[in-house]
Design a protein around this ligand. Structure first.
Ligand code: ADP
Ligand code: MG
Length: 272
């Protein structure tokens, strides 16, 4: 499929006569994301388009769910466009100039000090608590989907990529199941709860402390198997007084975990 940049053979191209593509920011399973500048107002945005036309439905679902969501710890969607033919969709997101958490942990030598990991976890849990309050389940929490914005005081962390977002009570078939390393075990059976996101947050904390997800194996198949079983080891660098909270985040039984991010946040505030 041709993309925003390659369709015009590279260089400067304009979308709607208005958005100038400056560079590619990243790419995941469904989308490609570009840094664009609004020629009229000069503002920068992150523009997401489908990697392949088969994902257009996915992106439309993302756009329609997310448009009204507004929280400082969630990446803000401003607008979306569809081409006249209907075979292209563009999502105009707030630009997070601090990059994603995967890149950040890498730039810090592969692991974060516990205090910093807790600070990031709290921020993401606040964003997630907003989603959970409105009955959404994110289903794709992982380092690549956590983004930072530079501010005067440091980095503001935000949860992004709402491509797998579902509403509570969803009972259809889960065709795509997040990313091995971060998936709650019940999700493999097609069962989802808000506490499935709490399990993924536990895996995210593990990643920040250890530099890799908790289901490291010799092959992809082995990692998938370990993730399916869902036994999360205690991260060696986890402070002792966080242990109880961590264990409750990654329980195999979804009903024994924190039920929502709001509940988890209460306990995270007590750690320090
Ligand atoms: N708003 C943004 N600001 C800066 N970089 C972004 C933004 N959105 C996405 N990216 C980068 O692009 C990557 C892919 O975007 P994402 O929305 O996760 O797409 P996918 O659904 O394909 O996973 C991210 O992992 C991140 O590195
Ligand atoms: Mg992603």
């Amino acid at each position: 499929m041709s993309t925003l940049i390659s369709s015009k053979g590279g260089g400067e191209i304009l979308l709607l006569g208005r958005f100038e593509v400056l560079k590619k920011l990243g790419e995941g399973r469904f989308g490609k994301v570009y840094l664009v500048r609004d020629r009229v107002k000069g503002d920068l945005y992150a523009l997401k388009e489908a990697k392949d036309p088969i994902y257009i439905g996915q992106l439309l679902n993302e756009a329609q769910n997310v448009l009204l969501i507004d929280h400082p710890h969630l990446v803000k969607l401003y607008h979306y466009f569809t081409s006249r033919s209907g075979n292209r969709v563009y999502l105009l997101y707030e630009y997070c100039d601090g990059g994603d958490l995967k890149g950040y942990v890498g730039s810090k030598g592969g692991k974060l000090p516990p205090k910093e990991a807790l600070n990031i976890l709290r921020q993401i849990t606040e964003g997630l608590a907003y989603l959970h309050r409105y009955g959404y389940i994110h289903l794709d929490i992982k380092p690549e989907n956590v983004l930072a914005k530079k501010t005067g005081e440091g980095l503001l962390w935000k949860l992004g990529d709402f491509g797998l977002l579902k509403t509570r009570g969803f009972s259809g078939i889960l065709d795509v199941k997040g990313t091995v390393g971060y998936i709650a075990p019940e999700v493999f059976r097609g069962e989802i709860h808000r506490s499935s996101d709490i399990f993924s947050l536990g895996c995210l904390l593990y990643y920040m402390l250890e530099g890799h997800h908790p289901f490291k194996g010799k092959s992809r198949a082995e990692e998938q198997l370990l993730n399916r079983k869902g036994v999360v080891p205690i991260p060696p660098s986890l402070p002792e007084d966080w242990r109880e909270v961590f264990e409750r985040m990654v329980k195999i039984n979804p009903f024994q975990r924190y039920r929502t991010a709001g509940e988890l946040l209460q306990d995270l505030k007590k750690l320090g």
